[in-house]
Design a protein around this ligand. Sequence first.
Ligand code: DHK
Length: 150
Amino acid sequence: MADTPPPRPIVFVLNGPNLNMLGLREPEIYGSDTLDDIAGMLEDRARELGVDVDVRQSNHEGHLVDWIQQANAERAKAVLLNAGAYTHTSVAIHDAIKAVNVPVIEVHLSNPHRREGFRHVSRVGEAAKGTVAGFGALSYLLALDAAAKL
Ligand code: DHK
């Protein structure tokens, strides 16, 4: 009898506030791809890399905290996190990243350092393993490549 293959490592892809509006929201900054488009690209790349992705979005800070803890409890390979505006403000998300062993990679479509001063601080980046920003939807794919190699 053939052995069942081991489960593929899972990468959580967590998206924060207003990222459900991608495609409509300031396309000159965030691009014209919707979050569903990005999820599709990630699923295609994940298949090539031999991992699974679980793409989620919430406008609520606590959901992101819960999902970081869940990724850790389920021994996910990594978390890709675009915390939206909570990136710049959330001590709770910073603490959640510090509290877990799962590596968290900060992702942004835009380059926050080229934008308003209030985006230059990243509470997520201060705790994350690394950051990919400024490449539009490609930021997510580059971060997934990094996650698969960890
Ligand atoms: C997304 C957001 O919603 C902003 O609040 C961040 C980030 C930047 C992005 O570029 O993906 O400042």
